[in-house]
Design a protein around this ligand. Structure first.
Ligand code: FES
Ligand code: FES
Length: 202
């Protein structure tokens, strides 16, 4: 017979009390007690990264993290990314979410929440990461659909726009300009023939 436990968790800025079996993982509590289903249950054994959330700003695999270990820590899930951005003075979606959208950095979307949270953690600790740093930071997040190129470009786009750098070809060829126009871009960023915000390359 399993023992129940009352957890006190800080999730996306809210203090929540939740009762759950004491062996439950953080992913189980988020999805099946709190209804935060943006964190995906993929492999459920630490291999795919779909369940990634942030604990005190660092990515963790919530499917192999016992929920009790998250008490007293700041938990950020994909549901909190935009509200936390707005609470910090930003407008609209977090720039990572915006860039993933503009670059077509998703197809089925199953990996997306984990990817974006890993990217957010990287961009919070590194002002202007290189392509290699981005690839390393996202190496624990598997995507079966996109071929990764647009994902890497989306993260590069956030860093470039934050630095006020004009995106240049051959990068960001699939990325749409920000509303109001990114530097040097009318419809799409870069100089891809035909332009346009394409979907991933399969
Ligand atoms: S579901 Fe957690 S790593 Fe795959
Ligand atoms: S797994 Fe489908 S978009 Fe990444």
């Amino acid at each position: 017979m399993c023992r129940m436990r009352t957890l006190v968790l800080s999730v996306n800025g809210d203090r929540l009390e939740v009762a759950a079996p004491d062996h439950w993982t953080l992913l189980e509590v988020l999805r099946y007690r709190l209804g935060l289903t943006g964190s995906k249950q993929g492999c459920d054994k630490g291999d795919c990264g779909a369940c990634t959330v942030l604990l005190d700003g660092a990515p963790v695999l919530s499917c192999i993290t016992v929920a009790a270990l998250a008490e007293g820590r700041r938990i950020t899930t994909i549901e909190g990314l935009m509200p936390l951005h707005v609470a910090a003075g930003g407008r609209g979606a977090d720039p990572v979410q915006d860039a993933f959208d503009r670059c077509g950095a998703l197809q089925c979307g199953f990996c997306q929440s984990g990817m974006m949270l890993s990217a957010r953690a990287l961009l919070d600790r590194s002002r202007d990461p290189s392509r290699d740093e981005i690839a390393r930071a996202l190496s624990g997040n598997l995507c079966r659909c996109t071929g990764y190129t647009q994902i890497l470009e989306a993260v590069e786009l956030v860093a470039a726009e934050r630095a006020g750098r004009a995106p240049a070809p051959p990068h960001w060829q699939a990325c749409r300009a920000a509303p109001g126009g990114a530097p040097g871009a009318a419809g799409s960023i870069g100089s891809a023939p035909g332009g346009g915000g394409g979907k991933g390359k399969g």
